[in-house]
Design a protein around this ligand. Sequence first.
Ligand SMILES: [Zn+2]
Length: 175
Amino acid sequence: MPTIFTHAIVPLAIAAAAGRGVISPKVAILGAAFAVIPDGDVIGFKLGIEYADSWGHRGATHSLAFAAICAGIATMFWREARSVSAFVFLTLAMASHGLLDTLTSGGLGAALWWPFSEARIFAPVTPVRVSPIGMGFFSMRGVETLVSELKWIWLPCAAVAFAGWGARRAARSRL
Ligand SMILES: [Zn+2]
């Protein structure tokens, strides 16, 4: 996985690009949490679930279907998120996690198409270094991971947020 901060930055960038009129700050924060939740599946390692199982790491919780289901539940039970844009945003927020994982150079791919397919998928290019787990984070490999995440995820996210903000500003000044 990329580090959790990097997963969380993706929905925050999308929310910043869309503007608070479309995605409220509260929904944006839930989106950041949604982007981190899929890696809760590592608890499966302790429960004896194999990495390659449906509910193993990068399995069902990393699928697009699971993202849509969780977003649907939030939209149904939380008034703040009761809009099509919030549903789409929350689905994207959680789906972005599995999609980012497919860009990493390690482990198994993500089961994006679960429950229709158990295939573990990688993107055609895998430029993002996989994050070392635990204390390995504070090592040379940890630094290399951060640099690759800055380059391949944070920079594009900043560009998206900035472009959205610029577009909204331009639209407003034309009124
Ligand atoms: Zn993951």
